[in-house]
Design a protein around this ligand. Structure first.
Ligand code: SF4
Ligand code: SF4
Length: 153
């Protein structure tokens, strides 16, 4: 009984202290943690086709197709099966992949989230994300910023 009263007192204390931890989504946008891992963006401009992201991905979310000369031809992303472990971002030597803080995308099935790099450019919820605003890469890239805008797809 004492335990019950104590727990009720704790509940009431937090209920009345004015702090809130939930928001009325989607009217209110929740603040996600800076460490939140959402859908990732890819920059063909930065990619050196080293395939490290593909190799490290535990569930084949990333598929890269090369030609005979080992030039990159296709970058396919099956976002519907991504577990947001962030290993691809960690291993990418050029910051060509960044996990953004976007979590707002829906579909009827995960098969609808399979894109090649051309399709990725036209996914509205994906196109509008500026990954460099959403999240700074947490280490230096091997490749400099260069001239012009970085084309994250
Ligand atoms: S976050 Fe993890 S599961 Fe998703 S694409 Fe990257 S390595 Fe694969
Ligand atoms: S690890 Fe980075 S540079 Fe290498 S293939 Fe993947 S996206 Fe491209």
């Amino acid at each position: 009984m004492i335990g019950l009263l104590k727990s009720m007192a704790v509940t009431m204390k937090h209920a009345l202290d004015g702090k809130k931890f939930t928001v009325k989504y989607p009217e209110e946008e929740p603040e996600v943690s800076p460490r939140f891992r959402g859908v990732h963006k890819y920059s063909q401009e930065r990619c050196i086709w080293c395939r490290q992201c593909e190799n490290v991905c535990p569930n084949d979310t990333i598929q890269i197709v090369m030609d005979d000369q080992r030039n990159g031809e296709q970058y396919n992303l099956h976002i519907g099966q991504c577990i947001y472990c962030r290993l691809c971002e960690e291993v990418c030597p050029t910051d060509a992949i960044l996990l953004t803080q976007n979590f707002e995308f829906t579909a009827d099935g995960k098969h609808e989230f399979a894109y090649n790099k051309e399709q990725l450019k036209n996914v509205p919820w994906y196109k509008e994300i500026d990954p460099l605003e959403a999240r700074e890469p947490d280490r230096s890239a091997w490749v400099g910023e260069g001239d012009g805008e970085i084309d994250y797809q």
